[in-house]
Design a binder for this molecule. Structure first.
Ligand code: NAP
Length: 279
């Protein structure tokens, strides 16, 4: 049997085991996807252990997506551009890192928005997910503005992605969202604000949302966050985070197994597992 893992801290409530194991079973593949809680201090030791031949690969999640970079043997091009890894393939003890969050977020937005050429985007947050979304949109956006509670982090992300992609990206304070949003097409929440158990909280004031916006909340628990509820009330279109979760998972599945993932089944498994988490 081949083993797959998700490394994180905390990671117990991840939906990925339910989603990936359902897909592996459906295709009759002799793999098992397991949770591996790993603290930052133990990351290097665990990564070396995962070079074992029984391990096909692993996902990395909060807080290891950037820290894992120097521990890998090679990065694929998207992971290099994003500067973060969420999926690793082990081939004969050689670890190659990928970022499947970035194409997953672009795919979700393209399906909901249509042609993304010239889109104007505001991203809230300046962590790994914001970096993945900004890098994915950079080749087609007119401009991207990254807003974070720590303005210096937003500016640093903007400089970094702009340096790698050439698109106009600026950073700023999250408190300045009102003025900027009026000329934006897409708003992305890449902070954990609104995540269970803090259901009633939104990262921005409801009155700055407008009907011309597509609002994409990366938070998937709950499926309809306060930000999405506020956006619907303002007449904006909305997308929750679960579709991106499934899309990043289907791409990881293909990298590990070489097989196309059963996407609809993975979506059902993730939703069922989310029901269990919420209950
Ligand atoms: P991260 O690297 O820890 O970054 C989080 C960002 O949010 C940082 O800029 C952080 O600011 C900011 N933040 C945290 N708490 C905040 C608050 N109370 N108010 C304002 N800003 C706050 O995390 P990440 O990996 O980017 O993930 C961000 C969110 O996206 C999480 O909820 C995660 O579950 C979700 N996500 C979803 C998917 C999906 O497939 N749907 C994929 C990836 C991530 P500081 O740096 O100042 O702390």
């Amino acid at each position: 049997m081949k083993l797959l893992y998700i490394l994180g801290h905390p990671v117990a409530h991840s939906l990925s085991p339910a989603m990936q194991n359902a897909a592996l079973r459906a295709l009759g593949l002799d793999y098992e996807y397991r949770i591996m809680p790993v603290s930052p201090e133990d990351l290097e030791k665990r990564i070396n252990e995962l070079k074992d031949l029984s391990v096909a690969g692993f996902n990395v999640t909060i807080p290891h997506k950037i820290a894992v970079l120097p521990l890998l043997d090679e990065l694929d091009e998207t992971a290099s551009v994003v500067g973060a890894v969420n999926t690793v393939v082990n081939s004969g003890s050689h670890l190659r890192g990928y970022n499947t969050d970035s194409p997953a977020s672009t795919r979700v937005l393209r399906e909901a928005y249509g042609d993304l050429a010239g889109c104007r985007v505001v991203i809230l947050g300046a962590g790994g997910a914001a970096r993945a979304v900004a890098s994915g949109l950079a080749p087609c956006a007119e401009w991207i503005i990254v807003l974070a509670r720590d303005e210096a982090k937003a500016e640093s992300l903007a400089r970094d992605v702009m340096g790698r992609t050439g698109v106009e990206i600026r950073g700023g304070d999250i408190g300045g969202a009102g003025k900027i949003l009026s000329s934006a097409d897409i708003l992305v929440n890449a902070t954990p604000v609104g995540m269970s158990p803090h259901w009633g909280v939104s990262p921005i004031e409801a009155d700055i949302l407008h009907p011309g916006l597509l609002v994409f909340d990366l938070v998937y628990n709950p499926e309809r966050t306060q930000l999405l509820r506020d956006a619907e009330s303002a007449g904006a279109r909305t997308i929750g985070g679960i579709t991106m979760l499934v899309y990043q998972g289907t791409e990881a599945f293909r990298l590990w197994t070489g097989r196309e993932a059963p996407e609809a089944l993975m979506m059902r498994a993730a939703r069922n597992a989310l029901g269990g988490v919420v209950a």
